[in-house]
Design a protein around this ligand. Sequence first.
Ligand code: 5GP
Ligand code: ZN
Length: 111
Amino acid sequence: MTDCVFCNIINKTIPSQPVFENGNLLVINDINPKAPVHLLVVPKKHINGIHTLAAGDEALAGELIFVAKQMAEKFGVGESGYKLVFNVGRDGGQVVPHLHLHLLGGRQLAE
Ligand code: 5GP
Ligand code: ZN
């Protein structure tokens, strides 16, 4: 998807400095961080969001969560705790229509 910001980060049209990458996903720092640690776990496959996950995407969805857990440890919030957030669709506050998992930590995030 050439007009998708995260696809363009993944295909390197937009330069970025991923903090982690494997064959299925990329982890980047959020450009507008809401917490001392604010990472985005982004699948390389373009999926609009949780609402368009399809049969066959189960393992990828699980991998996003597992890698987020690993990143929390790597970035020092594994013990203090953190929040994992999928914003879904308009009412969910999703702005970028490419599936991503927010990892937020390093401050109190309870509401
Ligand atoms: P959403 O509301 O869609 O769940 O969140 C999208 C997130 O992507 C926002 O937190 C926003 O700051 C972040 N973001 C938007 N554009 C870019 C970008 O070009 N690079 C990075 N690293 N983050 C972005
Ligand atoms: Zn995309």
